[in-house]
Each structure stands twice: as structure tokens, then as C-alpha cells.
Design a binder for this molecule. Structure first.
Ligand SMILES: C[S@@+](CC[C@H](N)C(=O)[O-])C[C@H]1O[C@@H](n2cnc3c(N)ncnc32)[C@H](O)[C@@H]1O
Length: 316
């Protein structure tokens, strides 16, 4: 059974104020941001779509495969940096495959670990638990919670007896990285560590864009718009790299605004709504981010330097 932290649901349902804020004016176009990571996985159809991304070559190569290569290349050093015994608190665990892989490698180096899956989605938590059982790894929890809003409660739930490694992998790119790391700095215990990943910006922007033009991404994003009250026929899907922000934006151009939405949010026909962003920092920027927030942080990349994993203790 998953433990639920009180009020998670109430908090996550009430996101509408985000769209009530003024849109950004970009040239002649008004751009709204309705880009909260949690809204991508709320509906079971979205988690299905996410899981199917592995079957789409472009997304698989840029994200899953690149991360796997990065881990394979650097796993000995990553494991060396971990304490002899630790709990992996896997924030936004999904199927928990990445943490389970790390635990197996750690076990081969005589390091004991226990998995604490954390996710907002029941479907994902169930998958994580099934995978953990199949892989015969030790589990504590799971915890159903929103790690952005309820990090303090999650930390309070985790045993203080052994150090924790908080993993967030590339999900961190769907947040303001600096803001989230600052929150981790304030909330995690001194002995805890953090591990996160990111796809890196390269010159080939079109290649990154194509990853997000895949059909399951469109399905996940369309579901967000439906939850706001739009019909599929009201909106046109788009993906672009926003070079000012160094992030991919998955957005919709609104060609018809149902009356109720026009009245409730003030959206007009011709407006754009960004429903997901994913930052793609340069390696140099990532080094600066790591320097700002981590103590003795180490950055690892795959061979092509298209993906990086960062591990370390947070500055206190
Ligand atoms: C891109 S998937 C990554 C899954 C897994 N960590 C991996 O790297 O394969 C993001 C996961 O984070 C969860 N998630 C997104 N926002 C969340 C939030 N604010 N709190 C808790 N879970 C969240 C989603 O439900 C989903 O399972």
C-alpha cells in the first residue's frame, strides 16, 4: 500500500491560478504557461503514453539510451561516491528502473541500499513496486506525494538512521532547476546526497525538437488541454526550442476558445499555451549550477557529451 501525504490531491487539483496570471507577450502573440510537470501524468492515458516513448527511436536515443550510456561509463565512480549503506528516495520514480539498476551495481560493490519510491501517480507507484519486487530489492514506502510542494513532509518520512540519496534524474529539467535545488538545500539533511540528470544542449536543436514531436508526447500534452476544457479540434500542437530560456517548449496554438474558458481564464483565439518545458543546459552552465548548489559535486557525461548526471551533497 502506498502511504499518501495528506492534502496531496487537494493541492495538485488547484493549479488553475497559474493560467490566471498574465500571459507573456512575445511579439504579437500572447503566451501562457500551464507547464506543471505533475499534469503530464495525472491521467492513466498519459502514463501509458509516457511508457510507450521507449518505443520511439528519437526520444529513446536522446533520453533513455543516452542516460544509460552515461551511467554505464561512469558507474564505478558514482558508486564509489555513495556511502556503505543508503536509502534511495526516488522522486518522481516512474517505473523505478534507473534506481533499481543503480542499487544492483551498488550491491555488486558490497553497498547496501533500500528503495523509497515517491510519485504523484498511483499507476507509476504500482509499476515501481512491481519492478522492485521482481528485482528483489529492499523497499521502504512507497510515498505518494508531490515532491515540489511536499518535500519537507517526504524528508520527514524518510528514516534518519542512514543517509539518503535523493534521485530525480532528468525530471528535474521540467522544473526551475535553481529554485528546486535551493529547496533541496533548505530541506535535505546534511548527510544526504542528490543525483540528477539532464540532456545537454548541442548545436542540433532540430534533433532535440524531433524527440518531443513524437506522438505519445502529443497525447500527454493534449490530455492537459482537455483537463482545462479544450477539445482536440480547438488546438494545434507545436514543439520549439526557446533559445532565450534554453528549453524545449511543448505548446498549443488555440484556434477556438470555448466560452467557459474565455470567461474563466481570459484566453483568446490565437494565444499559445505552453504545457511542458524541458531545459537543456550547456555543460558549462551545468557546472555553474552544480557549483552554486553542491559541495564537491561531480558531473558525468556520456561519450558524445549529450547527457550528464550530477551527484553530490548539497551546500548547507
Ligand atoms: C519523466 S517521468 C521519469 C520517471 C523516472 N524517474 C525515470 O527517469 O525514468 C516523471 C515522473 O515524475 C512524476 N512526477 C512529475 N511531477 C511530480 C511531482 N511534482 N511530484 C511527484 N511526482 C511527480 C511523474 O508521475 C512521473 O512518474
Amino acid at each position: 500500500m502506498s502511504r499518501s501525504i495528506a492534502a496531496t490531491r487537494a493541492i495538485t487539483r488547484d493549479l488553475t491560478p497559474a493560467l490566471k496570471a498574465d500571459p507573456e507577450q512575445r511579439g504579437d502573440t500572447r503566451v501562457w504557461r500551464w507547464a506543471a510537470s505533475r499534469t503530464w501524468y495525472e491521467h492513466p492515458a498519459q502514463t501509458d503514453a509516457y511508457n510507450s516513448l521507449r518505443n520511439y527511436p528519437q526520444y529513446n536515443a536522446g533520453m533513455f539510451d543516452a542516460e544509460k550510456q552515461c551511467f554505464e561509463l561512469n558507474k564505478q565512480r558514482i558508486i564509489e561516491l555513495l556511502p556503505a549503506e543508503f536509502i534511495i528516495v526516488d522522486l518522481g520514480c516512474g517505473d523505478a528502473g534507473k534506481s533499481i539498476r543503480l542499487m544492483k551495481v551498488a550491491a555488486a560493490s558490497d553497498k547496501r541500499s533500500m528503495l523509497c519510491p515517491v510519485d504523484i501517480s498511483d499507476v507509476m507507484l504500482k509499476e515501481a513496486m512491481q519492478n522492485a519486487r521482481r528485482a528483489r530489492v529492499r523497499v521502504t514506502g512507497p510515498i505518494k506525494a508531490d515532491f515540489e510542494i511536499e518535500l519537507d513532509k517526504i524528508v520527514a518520512e524518510v528514516s534518519e538512521k542512514i543517509p539518503a540519496l535523493y534521485t530525480i534524474y532528468a525530471t528535474i529539467c521540467n522544473f526551475d532547476i535553481d529554485a528546486l535545488l535551493s529547496k533541496f538545500q533548505r530541506t535535505l539533511k546534511k548527510k544526504d546526497m542528490i543525483l540528477f540528470s539532464t540532456q545537454l544542449y548541442g548545436d542540433d536543436v532540430a534533433y532535440i525538437e524531433r524527440q518531443y514531436e513524437e506522438e505519445p508526447v502529443k497525447r500527454m500534452a493534449t490530455e492537459v488541454m482537455r483537463s482545462l476544457g479544450f477539445e482536440k479540434t480547438d488546438i494545434n500542437f507545436g514543439v520549439r526550442f526557446n533559445s532565450a530560456r534554453m528549453e524545449i517548449e511543448v505548446y498549443f496554438i488555440v484556434n477556438r476558445v470555448p466560452d467557459a474558458i474565455a470567461k474563466k481564464y481570459g484566453v483568446w483565439s490565437g494565444d499559445e499555451i505552453v504545457v511542458l518545458y524541458s531545459c537543456k543546459p550547456r555543460l558549462l552552465e551545468l557546472e555553474e549550477i552544480a557549483e552554486r548548489h553542491l559541495e564537491d559535486g561531480e558531473i558525468f557525461t556520456n561519450k558524445a557529451e549529450t547527457f550528464a548526471t550530477i551527484i553530490g551533497k548539497l551546500r548547507k
